[in-house]
Write a protein that binds this ligand. Structure first.
Ligand SMILES: NC(=O)C1=CN([C@@H]2O[C@H](COP(=O)(O)OP(=O)(O)OC[C@H]3O[C@@H](n4cnc5c(N)ncnc54)[C@H](OP(=O)(O)O)[C@@H]3O)[C@@H](O)[C@H]2O)C=CC1
Ligand SMILES: Cc1cn([C@H]2C[C@H](O)[C@@H](COP(=O)(O)OP(=O)(O)O[C@H]3O[C@@H](C)C(=O)[C@@H](O)[C@H]3O)O2)c(=O)[nH]c1=O
Ligand SMILES: [Mg+2]
Length: 283
């Protein structure tokens, strides 16, 4: 796609976007620091793009509890300012959000119009970002995804492979449910959405997108150990036995029907993505 501008260069989704859309322009922190919303909006205007994907975010869930102002700046204030710049330019703006906007109650998969209720600062700032983008008045889409993994950056798969090689057993939370999502599938979904938006087809707005089938962190860890050929035993524990600064939702399941209907994008099977990522990491 010509004229695509991506905010972020080193992250999981940005790295996969670079593989799928090598002609896009990627702005790293050195060229657009999301702590400075005005500078980001100016960088967007100066680039004169035909479409924008924001793949940068403050993603350190626990650290956000002690850095709320920085998390708010990066996850909410800068994305809203860039969405306003996109609206002025008349180009689509696609942003990525998270299952952590929900409070995790119940066991029904969350739909896009369900009430939010973030349990921590990261989720609250991501929700504020969604609202700022919707209020910017342009042609926008927000893709809410969950439990992202890839061969790059920090993620649960890489943590489990590292710890699994060092220890005979690991205690992992078994009462948090959600869909692990390969970053490569998110990048492909983003590209399909922006080209549909550019072509005037498809709808904008809020969409859920997560890997299938839904699982728990403990069962995901078991699948990782099996795929990686590691003998580490996974012991189920309740979240209450794994205290962290930020609370995580018990129910992170996302209903992904709308994106399938509007953009013909199905839920990817995370087990296929996991096989690819483990292979890539072991090469
Ligand atoms: N990771 C996950 O499990 C999930 C992620 N998401 C969302 O998906 C999107 C992509 O996440 P993912 O690829 O995993 O993110 P990563 O944590 O892998 O990467 C974050 C990216 O944001 C950049 N960034 C952070 N702070 C700034 C800043 N102040 N200025 C400029 N760039 C900055 C980082 O750059 P640098 O390398 O310089 O720090 C990095 O490129 C985000 O919106 C995230 O909220 C949603 C659900 C789950
Ligand atoms: C390392 C480890 C983690 N856990 C638990 C903690 C937590 O409940 C769960 C996952 O840990 P993580 O730190 O990888 O998870 P976390 O950083 O909360 O992952 C989240 O990141 C943000 C950016 C999102 O948007 C979410 O969708 C989600 O992917 O596993 C264990 O139970 N045992 C362990 O040994
Ligand atoms: Mg984390």
């Amino acid at each position: 796609m010509t004229g695509l501008l991506v905010l972020g260069r080193t992250g999981q989704v940005a790295t996969e976007l670079a593989r799928l859309a090598p002609d896009a322009r990627f702005l790293g922190r050195d060229e657009a620091d999301l702590a400075d919303a005005d500078a980001c909006a100016a960088a967007v205007r100066a680039a004169r793009p035909r479409a924008i994907i924001n793949a940068a975010a403050y993603t350190a869930v626990d650290r956000a509890e002690s850095e709320p102002a920085l998390a708010e700046a990066v996850n909410a204030i800068a994305p809203a300012a860039m969405a306003r710049a996109a609206a002025e330019l008349g180009v689509p703006f696609l942003h990525i959000s998270t299952d952590y906007v929900f409070d995790g109650s119940g066991d029904r998969p969350w739909r896009e119009d369900d009430a939010t209720g973030p349990l921590g600062v990261y989720g609250a700032t991501k929700l504020a970002g969604e609202r700022g983008i919707a209020a910017a008045g342009g042609h926008w889409a927000v893709l809410r995804t969950s439990w992202v993994f890839s061969a790059h950056g920090g993620n649960f798969v890489k943590t489990m492979m590292r710890l699994g090689a060092e220890r005979p057993e690991l205690r992992v939370v078994a009462d948090q449910h959600g869909g692990p999502t390969p970053a490569g599938d998110i990048a492909a979904a983003c590209l399909r959405m922006v080209s549909a938006m550019q072509g005037g087809q498809g709808k904008g707005g809020l969409y859920h997108f997560a890997g299938a089938p839904d699982t728990t962190w403990a069962d995901f860890a078991r699948a990782i150990m099996a795929q990686a050929g590691l003998g580490c035993r996974i012991i189920d524990i309740p979240g209450s036995d794994y205290p962290t600064p930020a609370r995580r939702p018990g129910n992170s399941r996302l209903d992904c029907g709308a994106i399938t209907r509007d953009f013909a994008i199905p839920r990817p099977d995370w087990r296929a993505g996991l096989a690819n990522v483990v292979t890539e990491l072991q090469q």
